[in-house]
Design a protein around this ligand. Structure first.
Ligand SMILES: Cc1cc2nc3c(=O)[nH]c(=O)nc-3n(C[C@H](O)[C@H](O)[C@H](O)COP(=O)(O)OP(=O)(O)OC[C@H]3O[C@@H](n4cnc5c(N)ncnc54)[C@H](O)[C@@H]3O)c2cc1C
Length: 385
C-alpha cells in the first residue's frame, strides 16, 4: 500500500484546524488536513453566522496577550481575503453589578490597560433608549469588540492554506493514530498517512482524547436564535453593538448581535450550568425542543422592547467544556509528535487565528513564544489557574 509522508497532518479542519493548516502551509511545511465535512460546515462548533470577539476578557486576563496577536492575524486574513470577516461594531458588557459579566470585566480592566467607557444606568438609557435594562445596571463599552463571520473565516483559512500548497482531504475521518518510530501513522477511512507530527483539532469529537489525558471534558448542546419583526430598524449595526448581558447576580449570561440581514438580531444564552449534555456529537439533536427557547425569548422580549419579535431561524451547535472552562493547548505528555488543541469551552473562536500560529509553533519547533502556559495540561494535575 502507498503511504503518503507529511511533515504534519491536521486532524479536524474546523475553526482551529483550518487556521493551523494555514499557518503550517505558510511556513513551507508539507501538510494536509483530514475532515469528514467541507470547511465552514454546520455539524460541529464553528457555525451560526457570527462569533463575538472582544479584547477585555472576563474569563481571565491571561487571555489578553493572545487576543492582541489574534486581532493582528484576523486583520491580516481580512485584508488578504478582501472580505468583511471582522466587523468592529463595539461591545456592550452590561447588567447587574454582581453578575459574572460585570465582575469579570471589572477584574480584567483592573489589571489590563484597555480602552473602555464605564456607563451607569442613566447613561445607558440615554445612549441606548431602545434597550430594556434593569434598575442600577452598569455597563462597560469595549470599542475594540465586534464580530467575526465564522464560516467565512474557516473557509478563508482553508482556502489560504490550499493556495500555499496544503492538501485537504474532505469527506473522510481519522479512524486511529499510532506512534510509529519517530513519527505517527494515521489511518483514515480511505488512506494511510505517515507524519512527523499530528495536530488534533477535532472540537467536540476530541472529548475521548481529553478524557484519556485526565481532563473531565463534556460536550454541551447550545441553541442560537434569530428574531425579526416590527421595530427591527432600532437594532441594526448603526445603533447597536454586540452585547453580553448578566441580568442578575450570578452566572446567567445572554449575548447577541445587531441585525445584519433579514434574519434580524441573533441572541443566545451562555449559562454552562444549563447542561444539555451530548454523548455522541454525530447524534446531536438539531431540532428545537420545548425547553430550548423560553428563557431566551423572555430575555428578548425584555431587552428589545421596541421589537415585536418573531423567530426567523435557529441553529444548534456544541460547546466542548473543560472543568475550569479554559482551553487545552499542549504537546501530548507522552508523545511529543502529537499536539492537541481542544476544550474551547464556548469562547474559543476569536482565538482561532492565534491558535493556528501557536499550534504551528508547537508542531514545527516543539515550543511557542505565545503565553499559553495557563492552557497546558499540567494544571489538571496541580489545580485550576
Ligand atoms: C453556540 C455557540 C456560540 C459560540 N459563541 C462564541 C463567540 O461568540 N465567540 C467565540 O470566540 N467563541 C464562541 N463559541 C466557541 C467557538 O465557536 C468554538 O470554541 C470553536 O469554534 C471551536 O473550534 P474547534 O476547531 O475546536 O471545533 P470545530 O470547528 O467543531 O472543528 C472540529 C472539526 O473536527 C472534525 N472532525 C470530527 N471528527 C473527525 C475525525 N474523526 N477525523 C477528522 N476530523 C474530524 C469536524 O468535522 C470539525 O470540522 C461558540 C460556540 C457555540 C457552539
Amino acid at each position: 500500500m502507498n503511504v503518503e509522508h507529511w511533515d504534519a497532518v491536521v486532524l479536524g479542519c474546523g475553526g482551529m484546524g483550518s487556521a493551523t493548516l494555514y499557518h503550517l502551509a505558510g511556513r513551507g511545511a508539507r501538510v494536509c488536513a483530514v475532515d469528514p465535512f467541507q470547511p465552514g460546515h454546520d455539524k460541529g462548533s464553528s457555525h451560526g453566522e457570527t462569533r463575538i470577539i472582544r479584547k477585555a476578557y472576563l474569563e481571565h486576563p491571561s487571555y489578553v496577550p493572545l487576543l492582541d496577536r489574534a486581532y493582528t492575524l484576523w486583520d491580516r486574513l481580512t485584508e488578504e481575503s478582501g472580505r468583511d470577516l471582522f466587523v468592529r461594531c463595539g461591545l456592550l458588557a452590561m447588567g447587574d453589578r454582581d453578575s459574572r459579566v460585570m465582575q469579570g470585566q471589572a477584574a480584567c480592566y483592573a489589571v489590563c490597560d484597555l480602552p473602555h467607557e464605564v456607563l451607569d444606568e442613566g447613561e445607558i438609557r440615554k445612549r441606548y433608549p431602545h434597550l430594556g435594562i434593569g434598575r442600577d445596571w452598569g455597563a462597560y463599552y469595549d470599542p475594540l469588540g465586534g464580530f467575526l463571520r465564522v464560516e467565512e473565516c474557516v473557509r478563508q483559512h482553508a482556502q489560504g492554506a490550499q493556495e500555499r500548497g496544503a492538501t485537504l482531504y474532505v469527506g473522510e475521518s481519522m479512524r486511529r493514530w499510532s506512534i510509529d518510530g519517530q513519527g505517527v501513522r494515521i489511518e483514515t477511512d480511505r488512506r494511510t498517512l505517515q507524519a512527523d507530527r499530528i495536530v488534533l483539532t477535532m472540537g467536540p469529537w476530541a472529548v475521548a482524547q481529553l478524557r484519556a489525558l485526565g481532563v473531565d471534558a463534556r460536550v454541551v448542546r447550545k441553541v442560537l436564535f434569530w428574531y425579526d419583526g416590527v421595530g427591527i430598524q432600532s437594532y441594526g449595526l448603526d445603533s447597536l453593538p454586540c452585547f453580553l448581558v448578566g441580568p442578575e447576580k450570578g452566572e446567567d449570561t445572554f449575548y447577541g448581535f445587531p441585525s445584519i440581514d433579514s434574519r434580524g438580531v441573533k441572541v443566545a444564552e451562555h449559562n454552562i450550568f444549563l447542561d444539555d449534555r451530548v454523548d455522541e456529537p454525530k447524534e446531536l439533536n438539531r431540532a428545537l425542543t420545548a425547553s430550548d427557547e423560553p428563557v431566551v425569548r423572555q430575555f428578548v422580549d425584555a431587552f428589545f422592547p421596541q421589537l415585536e419579535a418573531r423567530r426567523t431561524h435557529h441553529a444548534v451547535c456544541m460547546y466542548t467544556m473543560t472543568p475550569d472552562e479554559h482551553f487545552v493547548v499542549d504537546v501530548h505528555p507522552e508523545h511529543p509528535q502529537v499536539i492537541l488543541a481542544a476544550g474551547f469551552s464556548g469562547h474559543g473562536f476569536k482565538f482561532a487565528s492565534v491558535m493556528g500560529e501557536v499550534l504551528s509553533d508547537l508542531a514545527l519547533e516543539g515550543k511557542t513564544e505565545q503565553p499559553i502556559d495557563f492552557l497546558r495540561l499540567h494544571r489538571f494535575q496541580r489545580g485550576a489557574i
